[in-house]
Unconditional design. Sequence first.
Length: 496
Amino acid sequence: MHNSTLQVHNSLTRKKEVFKPINEGYIGMYVCGPTVYNDVHLGNVRTFVSFDVIYRYLLYLGYKIRYVRNITDVGHLLDDGEDRILKGARLEKLEPMEVVQKYTNGFHAMMEIFNTKKPSIEPRATGHIIEQIEMVQKILDNGFAYEKNGSVYFDTLKFAKAKDCYGDLSGRIIDDLLSESRDNLKNQDEKNHPSDFAIWMKASPEHIMKWPSPWSEGFPGWHLECSAMSTKYLGSTFDIHGGGNDLKFPHHENEIAQNVGACNCQPANYWLHTNMLLMNGRKMSKSDGNTITPTELFTGESPHITKGYTPMVVKFFMLQSHYSSTNDLTNDGLLAAEKAYKRVMEANRTLQQLTTNASSNDLDEEINNIIESAFVDMNDDFNVPKALSRLFELVPKINSMKDGHIDVNHLSKDCLSNLQKTFSDFLFEIFGLQDDQDQNDGQGTALAGLMDLIIDIRKSARENKDWGTADKIRDKLSELNIQVKDGKDGTEWSLN
Ligand code: AMP
Ligand code: ZN
């Protein structure tokens, strides 16, 4: 079908490299998931949609993939040292696990709205305390950590001298780290070096989320969960590790240090990082009001936009920039995305209706070349915007075949069916879009079916002289602004 080789930009080497999985035909992929202490924001959505397209494309290429995306539900501290989950629990007067459940549910619902595929495993940090304690022990045994007053710290200086890889991912050198480490400010004095970071933290007596360990009743450091859970489910070295580029330091740098410190091997062969979502050219940030929630974007209730946009239009908008570039959300950009999205969906509907009697095949080569180019683009570090532009090269051709400006009979049957299949595969299988028109039709069909059922129940009630039920149905429907009219030809209904 397509012959180019997949290349990915590896953040660890800062180079585009040919992708070669450890075991041919299989891929292990780990992506850092959300910290579930508040509503998922659009920046998170951008990162998870990007990795969803990567996952979908690798599946499309025929790989068997174990895709692990964790849920962080302990240990991710704020700058003031408070655990994010505990802060959520305190503010909302909920149990910490209620906070975790609430925002995990919200995250899943949002991922569904954006039509992303579920990961193969979604492990939680609190469900893997034993594995994390075991990893701390290994790092201690290998001499890359030390214990102080019940907490255990990773010894970055000793590690950097012994392994010569600390800083490879983020490009930072240990001296620069002296002034930068913000980890565990409260216990700064306990560390031998400011860039050391806690892998186990002793909990204060009032701290709720804590577990027994050889060192203290405490909890794991945030970076540790990803090291422990990726090792457990994907092995000590696996293929792809992903996340937003804001996680490169300290999270991913320290993850690598922990894995090398525990197992003496690099956790992942390829590190992929998504870039940030901006709004009107600035980082989306709650503190200066430069933010919009997904719901506000769908309803249009925000000063930043002039109208609401469907989730698929928002997703289409996100797909128009490469995952490693920033993505700047603007009202004009969304309006343009809406137009383009409708155009490509319309073209797909038209395309699926075309038939050919294949009187010649002189258009085949041109069409096949464009399709091939779309795969070449995807193989070039998942260049979705470029692959999308190939579909848009096809759109005017499809439209001309419909109005007869291009004679569709100049396409062979094979070429037309390949075009029909690949065009819709790109939209739905690879990019994970849905046609909003189908969605509306689907809802319309469901509503019509439901109304047939209700009218039927009301008819039986009337036949049985059960006027109470019949009236209740009519009144309730009227409350919902649905009018029913009984006529000679049966009962009709309409939405007011
Ligand atoms: P968090 O819940 O903050 O741990 O973030 C979950 C994922 O979303 C991580 O991979 C982050 O890098 C990513 N992320 C956070 N903010 C943004 C943003 N503004 N744009 C893109 N990705 C983001
Ligand atoms: Zn992580």
